[in-house]
Design a protein around this ligand. Structure first.
Ligand code: ATP
Ligand code: MG
Length: 605
C-alpha cells in the first residue's frame, strides 16, 4: 500500500509508515542514480584514492623524523629527499583528485536534479483533477522549489564531504593502528560517545526537519493563495487577517528552525569536544610511553597529527548530517508526490476512433467526487450525433459535473459513458482530446501571443486558419486593435484583454479545434452589457458552426438566448434529469423549465 501524499502534514510517523516512507525515498534516490551510475562510481573511486594519498602525510612525517633525520645527521640526505619529494607528490595527487571529484559531483548532482525536476513537473501535470483539487498549487510549488533546493544543497556539497570525510577517517584510523595500536584503541573508545551523540541528534533532528518541511510548505501555500486571490483579498479587505495568518505561520517556521539550530548547537560542539579530549589523552599516554622508551618522538608527533586530523572531518560531517536530514525530509515529500497515481488513466489497449461522429451514451451512470457523497445517482441518456443540447438547472444541480464527465476530467463511478459506442476510458488521450473539447468558464490565457493562445485548439494551425477562427467568432476586430495584433503578448501592458474578450479567444480556440463534441460551460460571471452582447454573438457564431454541421454540442446555459439555439433542453436537478425535450415542448408542458423560462423573460423586460 502506498501512502502517497496522504497525511503529508504528519511530523511523527509510526514505525511502519516511517519505514515505508524511507524505502520509497531510497527507491527514488536509486532511480535517480541509476542513469548516472558510471559517473557515480568514478566519483567514489576518485574520493577513495584522494583520501588515501591524503593520509600519507602523517606517516611520511613519522618516517622523516624517526628514520630520515638520523640518516641525514650521519651525512646521508637521500632519505629526507625521498620523504620531502613523497610529501609533495602526495599533496599534488590529492589536489588533482579532489579537483576531479568536485567536478564530477557537481555534474552528478545537476544531472540528478534536472531529472527530478522534470519528473515532478511531468508527474504533477499528469495527475488528475481530483488530486489537484485537494493538493493545492502552493504545495506543488514548495515541492518543486524549496524541497528540490534542500536536495541540491545535499548533493552539491554534502555527499562529497561526507564520502571524503568517512573514508579519510577510516584511512587515518588504519594508519594510526599501523603506527601504534594502543592509540588506535583510544580512538575506538572515543567513537562510543560519538555514536550516542549522533544517534540522539538523528532522532531529534529528524522530527525537527520534517516539521520544518511541513511548515515551510504551509507558508508557501498561504503566500500563493493570497497572491492568486489578490482580487478577493482587496475586495474583502482581507489584508489584516492575512497578515496575522502569515505572521503566525512565519513564527511557526522560525520556531522549528530555531529548534533544529539549537540541536545543531549541541551536536557540533559536542563532537569537537570529544575530538579534543581524545587528542589530550593520546598526548598524555604517548608522552609517558616516549619517556619509558615504548614510543619514538616522531611517531608520537605523527599520532597527535593523525588524531587531530581524524576528528577534523567530524565538523564537516555534522554539517553534512544537517543537510542530509533536511534533504531526507524533502525527499520523503517529493517521493510521496511521485507515488500518487492519476485516477483518470489512459487505457493500456486503446480502441481507435479515427473519425468520431459525436454520439454520447450514458448508461446507468453513477458518480461521486472521490469518496464524497453521490452527486449523480443514476443517469441514462443518449445524445445523438449532431444534436445541440442545452443543460439547465439550479446552482449545484450537477450541470458542470455532467460536462466534466463527458470531457473525462473524472471517470464515472458506476455504469458507462461512451462516445460512438466506445467507452471513454478506452479511448487514447489523443483521440479523446481531438474528439471532445470543453470550453470552461474561466477561459484561461497562457503567457504568449494572442495567436498562440488561439492555436492551442490546433497546434498545427496556420496563421490564416487562426485568423479565420477569430473572424468566425467575432474576435478579429478587437485583436487587430491590440498594439501588435495577433502577436500581442497577452501578459504585457496593452495586451491585457477584458473578461468578455477572453471568452471570445477561448471560443476561437474551440472553433479551431473543431471537435466532434463541443462542451461549453457558459460563464456565469456577469459581464458588462456591451461585452455580454459580444460574447453572445461569438457564442452564437461558434454554435452556428456546430448547428447544421454534424457536431454535437452540450451547453450549460444561463441565458435564454443560448437555450433558444438548442434542439433539446435537459433540466437537471440533484444529479438527475427531470425534464427532457425541445424548448417549445417544455414550455408548453409547464414544468420547471417553463417556470425558469418565464423568469428569464421577465428579467429581459
Ligand atoms: N470538485 C468537486 N468535488 C466535490 N464535490 C463537488 C465538486 N464539484 C462539484 N461538487 C458537488 O457536486 C454537486 C454538483 O455540482 P456542479 O458543479 O455540477 O453544479 P452546477 O450545476 O454546475 O452548478 P452551477 O450552476 O453553480 O455551476 C454539488 O453538490 C457540488 O457540491
Ligand atoms: Mg457549474
Amino acid at each position: 500500500m502506498s501512502i502517497g501524499t496522504a497525511d503529508e502534514d504528519r511530523v511523527r510517523l509510526n514505525r511502519a509508515d516511517s519505514k515505508a516512507v524511507r524505502a520509497r525515498s531510497l527507491r527514488l534516490l536509486g532511480s535517480l542514480i541509476r542513469p548516472v551510475r558510471g559517473k557515480f562510481v568514478a566519483t567514489i573511486i576518485l574520493v577513495v584514492l584522494s583520501q588515501a594519498t591524503r593520509v600519507l602525510g602523517p606517516l611520511l612525517i613519522a618516517f622523516g623524523i624517526d628514520r630520515a633525520l638520523p640518516a641525514l645527521q650521519q651525512g646521508n640526505p637521500a632519505q629526507i629527499l625521498i620523504t620531502g619529494g613523497g610529501y609533495v607528490l602526495a599533496a599534488v595527487l590529492t589536489a588533482w583528485m579532489t579537483a576531479g571529484y568536485v567536478t564530477t559531483t557537481a555534474q552528478l548532482s545537476q544531472a540528478m536534479l534536472l531529472d527530478l525536476r522534470r519528473r515532478v513537473f511531468q508527474h504533477t501535470q499528469r495527475l488528475s483533477l481530483e488530486f489537484h483539487e485537494k493538493y493545492t498549487s502552493g504545495r506543488i510549488i514548495s515541492r518543486q522549489t524549496s524541497d528540490l533546493e534542500a536536495l541540491r544543497e545535499l548533493l552539491d556539497s554534502g555527499v562529497a564531504s561526507l564520502a571524503s570525510g568517512v573514508i579519510f577517517m577510516v584511512f587515518t584510523a588504519i594508519s594510526i593502528f599501523t603506527l601504534d595500536w594502543p592509540t588506535g584503541i583510544v580512538i575506538l573508545l572515543a567513537a562510543i560517545p560519538m555514536f550516542f551523540l549522533a544517534r540522539w541528534y538523528q532522532k531529534r533532528s529528524q522530527v525537527a526537519f520534517r516539521a520544518s518541511r511541513v511548515v515551510s510548505a504551509k507558508l508557501i501555500v498561504n503566500f500563493v493563495e493570497t497572491m492568486t486571490g489578490i482580487r478577493a483579498v482587496k475586495a474583502f479587505r482581507r489584508e489584516r487577517a492575512n497578515n496575522a495568518k502569515y505572521t503566525e505561520l512565519s513564527e511557526d517556521y522560525r520556531k522549528v528552525t530555531v529548534t533544529s539550530i539549537n540541536l545543531n548547537g549541541i551536536f557540533q560542539p559536542g563532537l569537537i569536544l570529544i575530538g579534543n579530549v581524545t587528542v589530550a589523552v593520546v598526548l598524555l599516554l604517548g608522552g609517558f610511553r616516549v619517556l619509558s622508551g615504548g614510543l619514538e618522538v616522531g611517531a608520537l608527533l605523527a599520532l597527535i597529527l593523525a588524531t587531530k586530523r581524524f576528528f577534523s572531518p567530524v565538523d564537516q560531517m555534522a554539517m553534512f548530517y544537517t543537510s542530509f536530514q533536511s534533504a531526507q525530509a524533502a525527499l520523503e515529500k517529493v517521493s510521496g508526490l511521485l507515488e500518487e497515481v492519476p485516477t483518470v488513466r489512459p487505457p493500456k489497449h486503446p480502441i481507435a476512433l479515427p473519425e468520431p461522429r459525436g454520439e454520447l451514451v450514458f448508461d446507468g451512470v453513477e458518480f461521486r467526487y472521490g469518496d464524497g457523497p453521490v452527486v449523480m445517482p443514476h443517469l441514462d441518456l443518449t445524445i445523438p450525433a449532431g444534436q445541440t443540447v442545452a443543460v439547465v438547472g439550479q446552482t449545484g444541480a450537477g450541470k458542470s459535473t455532467l460536462a466534466k464527465l463527458v470531457a473525462r476530467f473524472y471517470d464515472v463511478s458506476k455504469g458507462s459513458l461512451s462516445l460512438d459506442g466506445v467507452p471513454l476510458d478506452r479511448l487514447s488521450s489523443e483521440d479523446l482530446r481531438r474528439a471532445i473539447v470543453m470550453v470552461t468558464q474561466e477561459a484561461f490565457l497562457f503567457s504568449g501571443s494572442v495567436a498562440e493562445n488561439i492555436a492551442l485548439g490546433k497546434p498545427s494551425a496556420s496563421r490564416a486558419e487562426i485568423e479565420a477562427a477569430a473572424i468566425a467568432v467575432g474576435a478579429h476586430d478587437f485583436i487587430m486593435a491590440l498594439p501588435e495584433g495577433y502577436d500581442t503578448d497577452v501578459n504585457k501592458r496593452g495586451g491585457r484583454v477584458s473578461a468578455g474578450q477572453r471568452q471570445l479567444l477561448s471560443f476561437a480556440r474551440a472553433f479551431l479545434a473543431a471537435p466532434a463534441v463541443l462542451i461549453l460551460d457558459e460563464a456565469t460571471a456577469s459581464l458588462d452589457i456591451p461585452s455580454e452582447r459580444i460574447v453572445q454573438q461569438g457564442l452564437k457564431k461558434l454554435l452556428g458552426s456546430v448547428a447544421g454541421s454534424s457536431r454535437t454540442a452540450i451547453i450549460i446555459a444561463h441565458r435564454l438566448s443560448t437555450v433558444e439555439i438548442a434542439d433539446r433542453v435537459l433540466v437537471v436537478h440533484d444529479g438527475e434529469i427531470v425534464e427532457d425535450g425541445s424548448p417549445a415542448d417544455l414550455i408548453a408542458g409547464g414544468g420547471r423549465f417553463a417556470t425558469l423560462h418565464g423568469a428569464w423573460q421577465d428579467s429581459l423586460v
